[in-house]
Design a binder for this molecule. Structure first.
Ligand code: PGA
Length: 252
């Protein structure tokens, strides 16, 4: 059986503050990565919208470009939002949808997330759907059941398969305290079980599920080298280009 490529997604969030810093990141990353075969992984950089164009023209060809959000409306009057078509025209191939910072700080609802997934899929932009429980010690089962069933509402099995699910316990994001690889793996199994109840068990194991929350160059291989975890969503550890290249090297 052909081994699946691992997926590494860098979520820069609201960083860096200037285009020249983003350009410096690119130069450093391209330099540090020259000895590694980036084609062996699916590597995606998701910068703020304002840097998408600059990154598209300068990222190594095998690296994908992702957005951090997409409007649930295809077009129209929606101040401050960015449409899927705009992202597509800038060369975005991926989009993060339902990140906990948007759910909890900006009031993004399950209904909006479902519509955003449909919009992205209709334009062939690959969605990365973030899900996860809020507090440490919460049983993730109930919240995953709710977030996943509403996110996948009215999506057929073929479309659903296109979605990368990122299990990100909110308490682990940006805290320096990651989940344990064992618990992340059991959350991935819970997600696969929910998916097989909605669709069929035939393909639930083909679904790509990645882990996010305080992943670093020190712990990334413990998460990603498990069968059942297909990659990682990296926030803070993606901001330093050299550190991020060392992180990528850990899994190659
Ligand atoms: P973190 O962020 O790696 O800084 O914890 C992950 C995320 O929010 O996607």
């Amino acid at each position: 059986m052909q081994e699946r490529k691992k997926i590494i997604i860098a979520n820069w969030k609201m960083n860096p503050q200037t285009l020249s810093e983003a350009e410096r990141w690119l130069i450093q990353f391209s330099h540090d990565c020259r000895t590694i075969d980036l084609k062996k992984i699916d590597l995606v950089i998701a910068p703020p919208f304002v840097y998408l164009e600059a990154l598209k023209s300068r990222l190594p060809k095998s690296v994908g470009l992702g957005a951090q959000n997409i409007s649930w409306l295809e077009r129209g009057a929606l101040t401050g939002e960015i449409s899927g078509a705009m992202l597509k025209n800038l060369g975005c191939e991926y989009v993060i949808i339902g990140h906990s910072e948007r759910r909890w700080q900006l009031g993004e609802t399950d209904e909006m997330i479902n519509l955003k997934l449909k919009t992205a899929l209709s334009l062939h932009i690959k969605p990365i759907l973030a899900v996860g429980e809020k507090s440490k010690g919460d049983d993730p089962r109930a919240i995953l059941q709710k977030q996943i069933t509403s996110a996948f509402k009215d999506l057929n099995a073929l479309s659903a398969k296109e979605i990368i699910v990122a299990y990100e316990p909110v308490w682990a994001i940006g805290t320096g305290v990651a989940d344990t690889p064992d618990d992340a793996l059991s959350a991935s199994l819970i997600i696969r079980k929910i998916m097989s109840n909605i669709y069929s068990s035939d393909w639930a194991f083909d679904l790509s599920i990645i882990y996010g929350g305080s992943v670093s160059e020190k712990n990334v291989s413990d998460f990603v080298n498990q069968e059942g975890i297909d990659g990682a969503l990296i926030g803070s550890a993606s901001l330093d280009a050299s550190g991020f290249s060392r992180l990528v090297k850990q899994i190659l």
